[in-house]
Design a protein around this ligand. Sequence first.
Ligand code: NAD
Ligand code: WQD
Length: 347
Amino acid sequence: MKKILVTGGTGYIGSHTVVELQNSGFEVVIVDNLSNSNVDVLNGITAITGIRPTFENLDCLDYVGLDKLLARHEGIEAIIHFAASKAVGESVDKPLLYYRNNLVSLMNLLQLMPLHKIKHFVFSSSCTVYGQPDELPVSEAAPLKPALSPYGNTKQIGEEIIRDTIHATPAINSIILRYFNPIGAHPSAMIGELPNGVPNNLVPFITQTAIGLRKQLSVYGNDYNTADGSCIRDYINVVDLAKAHVKAMERMLQNRCASNLEIFNIGTGRGLSVLEIVKTFQDVNNVSLPYKIVSRRDGDIEQVWANPEKANKVLGWAAKESIEDTLRSAWLWEIKLQEKRKETTSH
Ligand code: NAD
Ligand code: WQD
C-alpha cells in the first residue's frame, strides 16, 4: 500500500481527499494542528471508508516535529499539502500570520522531502492567481495577475517557491492544482465544510441563511458586466475536487508526469452567476432564501471560470457532479450541522 502524508487532512478539502485516497487503496497519515478543523472529522472519514486514518496533531511550522514524524512513519512516498490559512479578509489584517503559516509550512516540507527520500508533492493553489483573466475560460498558460490579498499572494509565492526548489532539486516532482470555487459536501453528509464564525464564502452563507442562522444573504452587486449583473464563478464539487488529487497521486507514483512540475486547473469549465446559484439552491432544495442586492464587495473579480481541458486530457480527470446535486449535498450537510448544534445546546 502506498503511504501518503496529507497535511490539513482534517480540513474541508483535505477530509474529502482522504476519503477518496483511502477508497482508492492508499494509506493516509494526516498532519493537522486543528487550527481550522475538528478532530471529530476522523469519525466521519472512518464511517464513510471503514478505515481510520493515522492522525498526528502537529503544526507544519514545527520543522523538528515534522522531521521526527517523517522518521516515525517511514515509507511515505508523497505529500499532499493542504495545510494553510485561507480567509482572504483576515489575511489583509494579519498578513504576517498568513505569510508565515502558508509559506514556512511549505518550505519546511520541501526542505524535509529529500532528507526522507520523498519525491512527490501536490500543492493546493487557487484560481485567485489569475485575478481577472483577459480571456475566458482561463487556461493554465494565462498570465498571473498581481495578487489582491496577502492570502492570494501566498499562493503565487508558494508556486514560485516550488518552481525554484524543483529547479535546484530535480529529485522533487510536483503537481500544482489550481482549484476554482470548491462547494458542497460528501453525499453521506458525514463530512463537509465547517466555517469558522460568519462565512465569507457564498454557499456556506446561503445554507446558514436558509437554516435560519443568518437573516438574509447579501448579493454583492448586480451591476457587473454579466448577463444578470452578478459575479460569475466556476463552482466545483468538493468530491470531484478530491478525486483530482487521487489522479494526480497516481500520475506521479506511476512516473507518468511530463515534467517535474505540472500545473492543472481544477474546475468544471462552466461559469455560474451568484443569482443562478441562489435560484438553483432554492429550486433543488425546495427552501426559500431571503436575499437582497447590496453594493459590490471590495476586491471581487467580475467573472472567472476554468478551461479544464488539460486536466481532462492529461490527468484523465473531469468534474462529474451536477450543480443541482452539489447544492443538495451542501444543504444536507447544513441540516446535519444544525442537528449537532441542537444536541450541544440541549446538553
Ligand atoms: P481548511 O481550513 O478547511 O483546511 C486547512 C486545514 O489545515 C485545517 O484543518 C487547518 O486546521 C490545517 N492547518 C492550517 N495551518 C496549519 C499548520 N500550520 N499546521 C498544520 N495544520 C494546519 O481549508 P480548505 O478549504 O480545506 O483548503 C485547503 C487548501 O486548499 C488550502 O491550502 C487552501 O488555501 C486551498 N484552497 C482552498 C480553496 C477554498 O475555497 N476552500 C480554494 C482554493 C485553494
Ligand atoms: C463567490 C461569489 C461574491 C458571499 C474566494 C477566495 C479565493 C478562493 C475561493 C481560496 C462572489 C459572492 C459571496 C456573500 C455574495 N479561496 N458572494 N454574498 O470570492 O470567488 O473566492 O474563495 O483560494 O481565493 O477569494 O468566493 O464564495 O467568497 O464568493 O454575493 O455573502 O459570491 O461576491 O461573486 P470568491 P466566495
